[in-house]
Structures are given as structure tokens and as C-alpha cells.
Design a protein around this ligand. Structure first.
Ligand code: TXA
Ligand code: MG
Length: 325
């Protein structure tokens, strides 16, 4: 059930006491702690199984609070904050003194955003401080877009789960590095490159490798249990049949252009034509195919424009090489 005012008060109390609260945002659910409490922040890393040198995002209640958390705000960053917050945009800026190094993985920069979700904003307002929160999943796995995903994946590792329904964007925020002379996109996400460029009035770089550490850019992130294989859209049905005949339990992401094609597979997800609907459903589709027992997922990349850029990025990471254990 959606969080009530009494739940918000309770969650704020948990944060004040150094506990962990799962909170809904418009992108994915976050695993939150008081950003200024190093011990609470350390608990996040343990709960996720995430290496402690991977920096977190500090969530704040409004663009007017930005100066409290960072050393300085260049004009271009201010413009983006005022235009896109609350919303799925994260700005990387020079760390303010208020931010402990535990939250930034030891970096002198900090990632900040204002989430566009009434429950998250109510929590930030009741709590009064910043909430540092990565996506509320185990390190490397698929981000949660419902409260149930969080409960299933993190269980007792989280002290309180605020339910805010299904996340309406479905992929994580766009991360923009605003620490240098020119802005660049570190991770494509819910705010499109085209929308950022329209506001800035100039093109933005999307570097393949970055001088800043972005663990989300490592191979095999956002990955379901099933192995993900990317093929050309017109080959999806043939590859699925072949793999199924070889004995795999195949899950298929069927592009809308192939909606009428018969597919031989264990499970089929008919993808929506709208990129917004695809982004919203992406992580749920991956979880669904895992739950149905698929060991292989055949998918293709959407056109890398608009939200398609973020979707393609996540699919590539999901298909990336797995650590050998
Ligand atoms: O939509 C989102 O951004 C969600 C919701 C919960 O807000 N959060 C999220 O957090 O995706 P997480 O921890 O899963 O991903 C945060 C990304 C990581 O790739 C991290 O490396 C990058 O932000 N990041 C954080 N601080 C950074 C910094 N100072 N410099 C460069 N990258 C940074
Ligand atoms: Mg994550």
C-alpha cells in the first residue's frame, strides 16, 4: 500500500537513528541513509554488497538546497538544476564539506539530485537533510521498480520500505559531470540527451570511457540471472528458436515490428512501441523472465535516441561479460 503520512514520519525517524530506508523515486527505488552519517552510509554498502569505493548519489529536497552540498555551482549546472529538478537528472559537482567521503567513495566530487516523487519529496522534507541512496538492489543486479522488488531482493537488510507504487520512468537518472569546463554525460538515463542539449543550446559529449569512476559503466551491471544475448532485431526469432532447440529456456524481448512473427521460446515479452513504456517496463521484464526460469534472454537494441539511449546502455551492460567465480 502507498506510504501514508505516518509512514513518512516513521521513515524519517529511521534515518535519524542511522537506519536504512528504501524509498520510491520516479526512476527506481533507492536504498537511503542520512548522507551526513558515515556509519549509516557504510551500512548501505554492506546491504548491497557494493564495494565501498563506489560513490553514491545524495538526494535533496529542492534545487535551492544545492549550494549546501557542493563547493560551487557553475552557471550551466545551475541552469540544468533549475530546469530539470525535481527530475531524473544527477549533477556531479565539487564536494561540499557537509558530504562525508564515505558517501563519495573517497572522491572530491559529489553526485546530487532532486527526485520527482511525492513520497521521496515528503521524506526529504520531513527528514530535513540529504539522503544518500543507490538503487535498492544487490550490487550488479537489476534495479527495483516496485516496493516488492526491494523486499524480495534486500529483505531484512533494509529497516523500512516506503511503498510509492511503480516507478514511472523506470531507468535511472542521467548523470552529468559538471566539474570540468565542458559538461558531459556519464550515464544516459531518464532525461534525454536531446532535452539537455535543447536547454544548454549546444551538443553534449557522451564519452565511452570517463576519467571519473562510474561503476554503472562496468560490464555486467543491471544484469538478470539469465544470460542476455543481443542480436539484430530481424534475427531475434531465428536465434530464439535455435537456442531453444539447443536446450535453453529462452526468453525473448520481441520488438513491436515483429509482433506478428511466431516465436518458439520459453517466454516472450512483447515490447511496447513507446520508448517511455519500454523504459518503464525494462527491469520488470528482465525480472519476469528470470522468474519464469529462463536461462537465456534474446534481445536487440532500440535506436539510440531519446530514452532509447538509456535502454540500449542498460541492455549492453546486462549482456556484458560476467565475473568468473
Ligand atoms: O535514478 C537514480 O539515479 C537512482 C535513484 C535511486 O536516485 N540511483 C542510482 O544510484 O542509480 P546508483 O548508486 O545505483 O548509481 C549511481 C551512479 C553510479 O554509477 C556512481 O558511480 C555515479 O552515480 N556517481 C556517484 N557519485 C559520483 C561522482 N562523484 N562522480 C562520478 N560518478 C558518480
Ligand atoms: Mg544501481
Amino acid at each position: 500500500m502507498t506510504a501514508q503520512p505516518s509512514d513518512i514520519e516513521k521513515a524519517a525517524g529511521v534515518l535519524r537513528a542511522g537506519g536504512l530506508v528504501a524509498l520510491p523515486t520516479e526512476t527506481v527505488y533507492g536504498l537511503g541513509a542520512n548522507a551526513e552519517d558515515p556509519a549509516a552510509v557504510s551500512r548501505i554498502f554492506r546491504a548491497k554488497g557494493r564495494p565501498p569505493n563506489h560513490p553514491l548519489i545524495v538526494h535533496i529536497g529542492g534545487a535551492e538546497q544545492l549550494d549546501d552540498w557542493v563547493e560551487e555551482v557553475p552557471a550551466s549546472a545551475r541552469l540544468l538544476a533549475e530546469h530539470f529538478w525535481p527530475g531524473p537528472l544527477t549533477l556531479v559537482l565539487r564536494r561540499g564539506r557537509r558530504v562525508p567521503l564515505e558517501a563519495t567513495g573517497g572522491l572530491e566530487t559529489v553526485a546530487v539530485r532532486v527526485p520527482d516523487h511525492p513520497v521521496a519529496l515528503a521524506l526529504l522534507s520531513a527528514f530535513g537533510g540529504g539522503v544518500t541512496a543507490p538503487s535498492a538492489n544487490r550490487f550488479g543486479s537489476v534495479s527495483p521498480t516496485t516496493a516488492q522488488h526491494v523486499r524480495t531482493e534486500l529483505g531484512d537488510a533494509v529497516d523500512f520500505v516506503l511503498d510509492g507504487g511503480d516507478c514511472k520512468v523506470g531507468v535511472e537518472s542521467t548523470i552529468v559531470d559538471a566539474t570540468g569546463d565542458t559538461l558531459s554525460i556519464l550515464r544516459p538515463g531518464g532525461v534525454t540527451r536531446e532535452d539537455l542539449e535543447a536547454v544548454l543550446g549546444h551538443p553534449l559529449a557522451v564519452p565511452v570511457t570517463s576519467r571519473v569512476r562510474v561503476p554503472g559503466q562496468h560490464p555486467s551491471h543491471y544484469a538478470p540471472r539469465a544470460r542476455v544475448v543481443l542480436v539484430e532485431p530481424e534475427k531475434v526469432a531465428a536465434e530464439a528458436r535455435l537456442a531453444q532447440e539447443l536446450g535453453h529456456q529462452v526468453g525473448v524481448f520481441l520488438p513491436p515490428s515483429l509482433a506478428d512473427t511466431p516465436v518458439k521460446a520459453h517466454a516472450v515479452v512483447a515490447l511496447p512501441a513507446s520508448m517511455a513504456a519500454y523504459a518503464r517496463g525494462l527491469y520488470g521484464f528482465l525480472r519476469e523472465l528470470d522468474e519464469q526460469g529462463c536461462d537465456l534472454i534474446i534481445a536487440s537494441l532500440p535506436a539510440e535516441e531519446g530514452l532509447g539511449l538509456a535502454i540500449a546502455n542498460r541492455l549492453r551492460r546486462a549482456a556484458g561479460p560476467r565475473p568468473t567465480v
